[in-house]
Design a protein around this ligand. Sequence first.
Ligand SMILES: Nc1ncnc2c1ncn2[C@@H]1O[C@H](COP(=O)(O)OP(=O)(O)OP(=O)(O)O)[C@@H](O)[C@H]1O
Length: 665
Amino acid sequence: FLVFPRGSFSLHPKTLNLSSDPSSGERRFSVRPAAVSRGSGKILLEDEAELGDWANELNTDSGRGPRKSSTGTSRSPGGLSERNQRGSLPRKKHSILEVGVEGEKKGVLSSERKNVRSSERAPRSSSSTSTRRGGAVAGSTYRQGRDLKSLALDVSEVEEEEAVMSGFADVAKKVDGSFKSATSSGGDADSYLSETRFDQCTISPLTLKGIKAAGYEKMTLVQEASLPFILKGKDVLAKAKTGTGKTVAFLLPAIEIVSKLPPIDREQKRLPPINVLVVCPTRELADQAAMEASILLKFHPSIGVQVVIGGTRLALEQKRMQANSCQILVGTPGRLRDHIENTPGFATRLMGVKVLVLDEADRLLDMGFRKDIEKIVAAVPKQRQTLLFSATVPDEVRQICHIAMKRDHEFVNTVEEGSEETHSQVRQMHLVAPLEEHFSILYRILTEHISEDVDYKVIVFCTTAMVTKFVAGLLSELRLNVREIHSRKPQSYRTRVSKEFRESKGLILVSSDVSARGVDYPDVTLVVQVGVPADREQYIHRLGRTGRKGKEGKGILMLAPWEEFFLSSIKDLPITNATKPLVDSDTIQKVERALGHVEMKSKESAYQAWLGYYNSNKNIGRDKNRLVLLANEFSRSMGLDNPPAITKLVLRKMGLSNVPGLRAK
Ligand SMILES: Nc1ncnc2c1ncn2[C@@H]1O[C@H](COP(=O)(O)OP(=O)(O)OP(=O)(O)O)[C@@H](O)[C@H]1O
């Protein structure tokens, strides 16, 4: 019942791949089997699970706040390129990282005017651990290998799935590359909008009115590509770049499905069913998705949407859910689990679920959330539709997605084959400098960016919640306009700061990974990542806070020399080398003075959290003696002569008892 005027979606691909044919300038849907890799073996989760076990105590922040179950027990959370890669958008101004020789003369940052990595691009068409079937390479945009995050996998399950999927390989070979969609936009490869207007589709008039009221006219590529399958009732795993409208891509068809359901009978009135359950990894993201839903529902007064997130009172949510209809419920995994276990009638209401959505699916399916997700999946009917969306879909996720979805799901991939998972209009740079210089360099980067762009809007990502707090404190002492957001802040504060940052310009948000995924802050001009990200995916998602909806943006990754290993996991991305800035003595003194004003307690917490974070990193945490030396380097970078003491209990939990160089208390 969905009509696309010129294209046809009558094919039944197992995988829809949207690519552009350079010769014709047209986009092409190709069909690939949802094959899985063989022989990747049992991948055991190590670091993230470990991290999750005591992340709260160590103040690390992988996106989940400290969560109390209703029973009162706390559960632990889990260079510069001279050209734009595809030469599309004009630059605004030169920054300190781009001025090169001219910049050096001015005593600011210099950079290498070459793209050192472009020649080193990794082949994208195969996985080092995989054998592909039928010549069709599923997930050809997948990267090879991962550093930190790995997922538990049962080999027998993989083989079983491969057997099921292999049947589709022949079909895929026949149709691969033969299907051109006249509805899809040609031209600029990075355009996130398709040529298809919403009013060209058979969407109910009320939903269409909502879409128009929201200001949307044309569908984005992922919306255009996934809608037909979802409306056909298929399970869909969709991959699309950051900031390209994935939220509407799942909400719109979900609303359509709810609007067509028969009215509830008298018996159901006592416990009205929840029809759509949307799960998001962070509270901010859940809030945002619920907000988007309520905008789209403007002309559907009988359909209600509610949000349930940690950090708010369970009883309050219970009351709200009782008082109002909520056919669409958006929540974070832990809080949903709390409701399943503790809210009378909630499990019954979940039996009405027709559509289950896992937003940021790869994050939700990794070990930090796995138990909660399994519980949620078990609580909704088997006969349902499942939608998985993310900007990153690593191989491991393809292999385990059947935890939530049917084996014959569609894989809709709008990331063009051979192109990066990041946006070409976002200039990416990395900068390697000793830890002791990081804060001065960060200060220079920020002040220079501010001087270039009065409408600056910057996110500085830090490794953990407590490091975030410390860096925010330091930048405030340096008189920058800063807000901080991380899981150690009360939810009311997080909501307020998030709203303020969304609506403001001229502001720096220092954030942990609570803002890494999904959060839609418009017009972010610069993303700085200080320290090694948890993994490649996290790097991509954090960077994705800028360059949304086709806009320009810039990303800088700041690493210490011993963190350079991370670059190998993103070497296929167009990230260029920026040389170290010259930081003048005035700046150094200013930063030192500011460091002296930051609370001792904040430094102590940051030191402990830093140690916990890097201890969990396979590369760095392996050698405990070296780790402690590096941690003490970090301590010195905060202006401390001696590293802060850590309780024996925490040291034991970190497996660091008796490591020389640590002070125990
Ligand atoms: N069809 C459309 N036309 C114009 N704007 C749209 C359309 N659909 C969504 N948007 C807007 O695009 C922006 C990005 O959307 P959204 O946050 O859903 O992106 P995303 O792909 O989920 O990003 P991420 O991967 O970071 O989660 C939002 O401001 C949203 O309102």
